[in-house]
Design a protein around this ligand. Structure first.
Ligand code: URA
Length: 284
């Protein structure tokens, strides 16, 4: 006879396979699932099934990183991200399109970051090294972070699309922006990353990230300078670092810098008078 537990697991597994990452549940359901999970953990080892992330908001903000002694607590941020990374690997909605390449590039940085940066999609270098923003655009991003007194390791860096968009057999090192369908297919993953990390602030690096997180196809120029909201997190939009590679001008650098200054202020980080003047024309 099929038990309620088996039925529930079957139906949750089916939902997961179809692309559901998390479901809102009430306290009673949470308590039942937690007991089943605990029982499964205490049971003799069996091939493990991925467990759906139980969306436990509202909850206390994540604890600061601890010395690396204890295993991550159940449903810790690290555990949620590991789960999402595992799910992204075989993410059916993206794979089903057949327009994205095979290698999945997840995210990098600090699971407890206050600042989350969201780019477009991995390119040639990112696919090769399986890490976001490691090519020329990544070097530019590192420079901006350094100017803001932030290290790459203390922020969280991810992309809207987790796979390099395909351009056919002669793609070589060329890259393209993800299509609207590709953005939509990958969107549940980045939204779940945001819910797991609960950063104080998000920066959309470029129009593709803004399209995904804000649902706006407006130009970056028109989205800059304002605060938006994504799942309760304040969002600022700025130019993609590769825009600065193409436009190596003082006004372009200042524009991006002003967006970062606004974010540093929002996060109540110290800004020196010298930092405030970065990329302003020299006064005579
Ligand atoms: N551009 C992006 O938007 N993301 C990367 O990871 C690399 C380049």
């Amino acid at each position: 006879m099929t038990t309620l537990r088996q039925l529930t697991v079957q139906s949750l597994t089916h939902m997961m396979e179809e692309g559901t990452l998390s479901i809102p549940i009430d306290d009673e359901a949470r308590a039942i699932l937690r007991n089943w999970m605990l029982a499964a953990r205490q049971a003799p080892a069996r091939p493990s099934q991925p467990q759906p992330v139980v969306d436990s908001r509202p909850s206390a903000p994540p604890a600061p990183p601890q010395a690396n002694t204890a295993p991550p607590a159940p449903n810790s941020v690290e555990e949620k991200l590991a789960y999402l990374q595992m799910r992204a690997q075989n993410w059916k909605p993206a794979r089903a399109l057949g327009t994205l390449r095979n290698t999945m590039v997840f995210a990098t940085g600090n699971a407890h970051a206050q600042l989350m940066l969201v780019g477009e999609a991995p390119g040639y270098d990112e696919e090769r090294l399986q890490e976001p923003f490691v090519g020329r655009a990544g070097q530019k991003l590192n420079q901006i972070l350094a100017a803001a007194n932030l290290r790459r390791e203390e922020v969280y860096i991810s992309n809207i699309c987790k796979f390099r968009p395909d351009m056919g057999p002669n793609q070589g090192m060329s890259n393209r922006a993800p299509s609207d369908e590709e953005i939509a297919a990958c969107l549940p993953i980045i939204l779940a990353e945001i819910r797991a990390i609960q950063p104080a602030c998000i920066i959309c690096l470029g129009g593709t990230a803004a399209k995904g997180l804000l649902g706006s196809g407006a130009s970056v120029a028109s989205l800059r300078g304002k605060w938006f909201d994504c799942q309760g997190v304040p969002v600022r939009v700025t130019y993609h670092p590769s825009y600065l590679l193409r436009n190596d001008t003082l006004p372009a650098k200042r524009a991006v810098w002003e967006d970062f200054l606004a974010v540093l202020e929002q996060m109540k980080l110290n800004i020196t008078p010298r930092q405030r003047r970065f990329f302003l024309p020299a006064t005579s």
